[in-house]
Design a protein around this ligand. Structure first.
Ligand code: MRU
Length: 353
């Protein structure tokens, strides 16, 4: 199991939860350097989320909740009502960092609700309650990922190989990951699972992050270019596809890293099960279908000048959505902390909720 703590709340004085700051891995520097950042200001947290220093749906939910605490503890509010206003301002601001992963909005809503319900408390007690809520969101995520790992591991047999896209591992969550959690649990159970890792253009989360954390955990790993996925499936090398999610609509349509939809189509064509693994904090059952999921577009420079090297003619028009939507009909099952949801996904999601 990966012992890496992607993000955590760190106290400034040993016996008190607040004041504190956020300690997180700068994921943009991996795999070259393992650098921990100390974030003490809500604006720095916004930048860290926007620039993918912290990324992955569950991790940015935790980051946003902790960002609200950073704003609250330095607000200088005199009354509970003033602090609630500050919490709402910080939450509105953090909500503008990235649009697709619903975990961010889910965590911010929890922080707003907690502040509103406790507005009568003295300011210091309200700040403490907010910090406790952020830590609770962190701890719940650890538990949810662990449960996903247990349900997912039951679907994997010794000697099997899976393919994954992007990074939905420990780095993208608080600890075990979602798509990679079953691999870590299976590894603990003594099963040998081989992981084929899509490199994941343009920001290479697969190559830079997934391959890094799997190798660190001693899991057999093979990196492939994104355009190799069809060929390894055709060669019979893949037993299942495991991916994470950024938002799941009521009909099972799932937003995840750009390229996931293509992998799902390939899995269907080769009769390979395609599993989505995500905590219920990634479910957005208020949306009827994936058509309503807002899709983030990224800076063209990430495609034309990735990692500082020009790879396209200057000025070429670029379209760079960060996510795509896999129709629920291509998904064999959604695995969340409550169990394995099978098609028809619309019914399974409704019953579960
Ligand atoms: O742009 P990113 O790196 O934040 O995209 C991340 C993904 O698409 C992950 O697969 C998803 O957030 C699930 S993480 C458990």
């Amino acid at each position: 199991m990966t012992p890496i703590r992607t993000i955590e709340w760190t106290v400034d004085k040993a016996d008190r939860l607040v004041p504190g700051h956020v300690r997180m891995i700068d994921q943009t520097l991996l795999p070259g350097e393992l650098v921990f950042l100390e974030i003490r200001d809500v604006r720095d947290m916004w930048k860290a989320v926007k620039t993918l220093k912290v990324r992955g749906a569950p991790a940015i939910g935790v980051a946003a909740a902790m960002g609200v605490v950073l704003a609250a503890q330095s607000a200088g509010a005199q009354t509970g009502a003033e602090l609630v206003e500050e919490v709402n301002r910080a939450a509105d601001y953090l909500a503008t960092s990235r649009p697709t992963a619903v975990n961010l909005f889910w965590a911010l809503d929890r922080m707003r609700t907690l502040a509103q319900r406790n507005a009568h408390l003295p300011v210091a007690d309200l700040v403490l309650a907010l910090a406790r809520e952020a830590v609770r969101i962190f701890e719940e995520d650890v538990g949810m990922c662990r449960a996903i790992g247990r349900y997912g591991a039951d679907l994997l047999r010794d000697g099997q190989a899976i393919l994954t896209h992007c990074n939905a591992g420990g780095l993208a969550t608080t600890r075990y990951g979602t798509a990679l959690a079953p691999v870590y649990v299976a590894h603990e159970q003594g099963k040998r699972i081989h992981v084929y890792v899509d490199e994941t253009r343009p920001l290479l989360q697969g190559a830079r992050l997934t391959a890094w954390e799997l190798m660190r955990a001693g899991i057999e790993t093979t990196l492939i270019c994104d355009n190799t996925a069809a060929f390894v499936m055709k060669q019979g090398l893949i037993d299942a596809v495991l991916v994470g999610a950024d938002r799941i609509a009521a009909n099972g349509d799932t937003a995840n890293k750009i390229g996931t939809y293509g992998v799902a189509l390939l899995a269907k064509a080769h009769d390979i099960p395609f599993y989505v693994l995500a905590p219920t904090s990634t479910f957005d059952l208020s949306l009827r279908s994936g058509d309503e999921i807002p899709i983030e577009e990224r800076d063209p420079g990430e495609v034309t000048n990735g990692f500082g090297k020009p790879t396209a003619p200057a000025g070429v028009p670029v379209y760079s959505p960060a996510f795509d939507v896999t129709p629920g009909g291509l998904i064999s099952a959604i695995i969340c902390e409550k169990g394995v949801l099978r098609p028809p996904l619309e019914d399974s999601l409704r019953l579960m909720s």
